[in-house]
Ligand binder design. Structure first.
Ligand SMILES: [Cu+2]
Length: 425
């Protein structure tokens, strides 16, 4: 069942309990669905019209259904009180001791997470709404004694491994929901409240990253195809004409003045502008939105050998126009590889790629040219925090990185941050 659910990796001490609960719920729901379906079809068959020509006005007379319902209520009470409530209580009532935990505040806003560390004194400094500005997202009062050593980061949470983390969660604007999928922890953030949540990471980010290492077979990249670009056409402009799928390939001028520029779409307004200026002929080409999902797999040069469009460039309108203006009517291209969340996990010196660099379509093409077949890749940021609430149009941007470090690494990081604070004073 857990494989079937395709759950994310798990780096927390309590994670497996959540997973077991999820699996259990799915099994129970599966059995219920089968049971109810059987009952449904049995009822349809038993109470079919041909067998029951006249409606029965008395209804059920036995007590069986009443007892069944009582039994069900009993069963559900046990489920709630014996399983669900203790698990819930363990998460939200029994908190680890503060002295043994890493304590941070996380304040959500549209669209970022601000992380506030109390610093070496362990005390959160005063914050004030009136002090909030672009440089001071949580409005910390640096004049306050407790605030002097407070470290604040944006979309970045560093925590030591094997130590509980208590987060006091708040929000500046709307309701958010802080979710750590790989740590199996999630809580809503309410404006005006600081709500505690906790978890205990038992693996470092590097250990989790090691679990994401995989071999990618470059022959499985989307196939390279020959793409014929749209032809430049000479269009005759007439009033009311529908040319909305065309894009201009050169400026439309009247008496030496530009009326429209190359690259503009010939929508109704622009066609009207041409008609009003009695321009009857323009050079244009068809827009093909499908091209935008493709990228070049070769370099394209102008007549003097300068690279116009390098390998790995998406075929967006501007680049298509540049190619056509340089008499290139055909290119080789392929779909994007969709490996942007990965980094290389090995050096490939023959393609000048070093371990840790981002996997891009350009680098994949370079590897292919270098004759490499299989590459080793891993997730760039295996542990993330994200907003699980549709809190606005930029909601998808509201994600940050969680770096679980060894205690030594964490102490070094914290010292660096403290040093930055002293330096900025
Ligand atoms: Cu949000």
């Amino acid at each position: 069942m857990r494989e079937f659910l395709n759950l994310p990796l798990d780096a927390s001490e309590n994670g497996y309990k959540i997973d077991e609960m999820l699996a259990l719920i799915h099994w129970i729901m599966f059995i219920l669905a089968i049971g109810w379906s059987v009952f449904f079809y049995y009822s349809i068959y038993k109470f079919r019209k041909s067998n029951n020509p006249v409606a029965n006005y008395t209804g059920v007379t036995t007590k069986t259904s009443t007892w069944l319902e009582v039994a069900l209520v009993f069963f559900e009470t046990i489920l709630l009180t014996a399983f669900a409530m203790p698990l819930w209580a363990e998460r939200v009532v029994e908190f680890p001791a503060k002295e043994e935990s890493t304590i941070v505040r996380i304040i959500g806003e549209q669209f970022a997470w601000n992380v506030h560390y109390p610093g070496v004194d362990g005390k959160f400094g005063r914050t004030d709404v009136s002090l909030i500005s672009a440089d001071n997202p949580i409005g910390i009062d640096r004049e306050n004694e407790d605030a002097k050593d407070d470290v604040i980061t944006n979309n970045q949470l560093n925590i030591p491994v094997n130590k509980p983390v208590i987060i006091y969660l708040g929000s500046k604007d709307v309701i958010h929901s802080l979710s750590f999928p790989v740590l199996r922890a999630k809580h809503d953030a309410m404006p005006g409240q600081l709500i505690p949540m906790w978890f205990k990471p038992i693996k470092t980010s590097l250990e989790v990253q090691n679990e994401t290492i995989q071999t990618y077979d470059l022959t499985k990249l989307p196939a390279t195809k020959n793409i014929i670009l749209p032809k430049i056409e000479e269009l005759t402009i007439s009033a009311g004409g529908n040319l909305k799928n065309y894009i201009l390939m050169e400026n439309a001028t009247k008496n030496g003045n530009d009326v429209l520029y190359s690259g503009m779409l010939l929508d109704a307004d622009n066609v009207k502008a041409l008609v009003d200026n009695s321009i009857s002929k323009v050079k244009a080409r068809k827009v093909n939105p499908a091209l935008q999902t493709l990228l070049t797999t070769e370099d394209y040069e102008d007549a003097t050998g300068n690279i116009l469009v390098p390998m790995g460039t998406p075929l967006i309108d501007d680049f298509v126009s540049i190619l056509l203006q340089n008499n290139i009517s055909q290119v080789t291209a392929r779909q994007k590889a969709k490996l942007n969340y990965f980094i290389f996990w090995e050096d490939y010196s023959s393609a000048s790629i070093s371990k840790g660099s981002a996997v891009t379509d350009l680098s994949l093409e370079q590897l292919k040219i270098a004759g490499i077949k299989n590459i080793s890749i891993a997730l760039a940021t295996p542990i993330e925090m994200a907003c699980a609430q549709l809190c606005g149009l930029g909601h998808y941007r509201m994600r940050g990185y969680v770096n679980i470090q060894t205690q030594e690494e964490y102490d070094i990081w914290m010292k660096e941050k403290e040093a930055e604070l002293v330096a900025s004073e």
